[in-house]
Design a protein around this ligand. Structure first.
Ligand SMILES: Nc1ncnc2c1ncn2[C@@H]1O[C@H](COP(=O)(O)OP(=O)(O)OP(=O)(O)O)[C@@H](O)[C@H]1O
Length: 275
C-alpha cells in the first residue's frame, strides 16, 4: 500500500503551486431531500465544490452516498432542495424551463452506464444526431465524426447498428456522441459499469485522450477504484457530504490507484477493489 498522501477536504480550494485554471463548475451548499416529513432522505447534505475548465474528476462513494443525486443536480435533470450550481458562470436554478433543454444540449455531454444509443440508428447517425439538432451543415458533420471516430478507434463500426456492437464499442460511440458538440463538461454516470475490464480500459484511455486533446472537463461518478484512477482528482462522498479528496500529482496511475484504495479502506462500503 502507498502512504496516505491525500489531504483533508478544503472546500474545493486549490493548494499553492497548483496549476492556475479557470472555474467551470461551482456548487455552493447543495442540499437535496427526497420524500416527505414522515420519511425524509437527505441525499445531499451541504456540498460545496468547484471544478476547473478541462479537469478530469471522479466522484466516488458507497452505494446510496449521493453520487447520482449530485450528478443529476449538476446536470439540471434534478433540482436541488437548497444551494446553487453555476456552469460556465450560468446559475442553473435561474434558467427557465424552456432554456434548460438548450443549456443541456449546448453545454453538457452525457455518458450513461447503459449507453442510451438509439437502436434504429447506426453508430454514425447516433453521433450525428447531436450535431443535426444544432443545425450543423452535412459536410461538417461527416468531417467531425470521422475525426472523433479516429481518436476513439470506432471508424470501422460507424455503419453498424447498436445491436451489432460490443458493450465497449457502444460506450465509445456514446463517448463520441457526448464530445462531438464540444460541450464544456461531460457528465458520466458509472460509464464502465456495464463493461468488462478490457473494454473499461479502452474506454478510460479514450476519455483520457479526449480530456487531454479537446480539453473537455469530465465529471465521472464511479464506485470503481480502477476507473477513478484515470481521473486527475477524486472526490469521496459519504452520507451526502464530501468526505475527502485526492489530487494526482506526477505519480503513475497505479500508485494513484493505491492512494484511492487507502481512502476506500477508511470509508468502508461496497466499492470495487480490483486493479
Ligand atoms: N427519487 C428518489 N426518491 C427517494 N429517495 C431517493 C431517490 N433517489 C435517490 N434516493 C435516495 O437518496 C440517497 C442517495 O441516492 P443516490 O442514488 O444519489 O446514491 P448513489 O451514491 O448514486 O448510489 P448507487 O451507487 O447505488 O447508485 C439514497 O439513500 C437513495 O435511496
Amino acid at each position: 500500500m502507498a502512504h496516505f498522501t491525500g489531504r483533508s477536504y478544503n472546500g474545493g480550494n486549490r493548494q499553492k503551486g497548483e496549476d492556475k485554471m479557470s472555474e467551470l463548475l461551482k456548487m455552493e451548499h447543495l442540499v437535496k431531500y427526497y420524500g416527505n416529513k414522515t420519511s425524509l432522505t437527505k441525499a445531499l447534505n451541504d456540498i460545496s465544490l468547484t471544478v476547473e475548465q478541462g479537469e478530469f474528476t471522479a466522484i466516488m462513494g458507497a452505494s446510496g452516498s449521493g453520487k447520482t443525486t449530485l450528478l443529476n443536480c449538476i446536470s439540471t435533470i434534478d433540482r436541488p432542495t437548497g444551494g446553487k450550481v453555476w456552469i460556465d458562470g450560468v446559475c442553473t436554478s435561474e434558467l427557465k424551463k424552456g432554456e434548460l433543454a438548450d443549456f443541456r444540449r449546448n453545454r453538457l455531454g452525457f455518458i450513461f452506464q447503459e449507453f442510451n444509443l438509439l437502436d434504429t440508428l447506426t453508430a454514425f447517425d447516433n453521433i450525428a444526431l447531436a450535431l443535426q439538432i444544432q443545425k450543423c451543415p452535412h459536410d461538417k458533420i461527416k468531417e467531425k465524426i470521422e475525426a472523433v471516430a479516429q481518436k476513439l478507434g470506432i471508424r470501422e463500426v460507424l455503419e453498424k447498428y447498436p445491436y451489432q456492437l460490443s458493450g465497449g464499442q457502444k460506450q465509445r460511440v456514446a463517448a463520441a456522441r457526448a464530445i462531438i458538440t464540444h460541450p464544456s463538461l461531460i457528465l458520466a454516470d458509472e460509464p464502465t459499469g456495464a463493461l468488462d475490464s478490457k473494454s473499461s480500459k479502452d474506454l478510460l484511455e479514450s476519455l483520457k485522450l479526449l480530456n487531454e486533446t479537446e480539453h473537455t472537463a469530465i465529471l465521472m461518478v464511479t464506485h470503481d477504484a480502477y476507473t477513478a484512477s484515470y481521473a486527475r482528482r477524486v472526490i469521496f462522498i459519504k452520507d451526502g457530504k464530501v468526505f475527502h479528496e485526492l489530487l494526482k500529482g506526477t505519480e503513475e496511475r497505479r500508485s494513484f490507484f493505491e492512494q484511492i484504495m487507502d481512502v476506500i479502506s477508511l470509508l468502508g462500503g461496497d466499492m470495487n477493489y480490483a486493479d
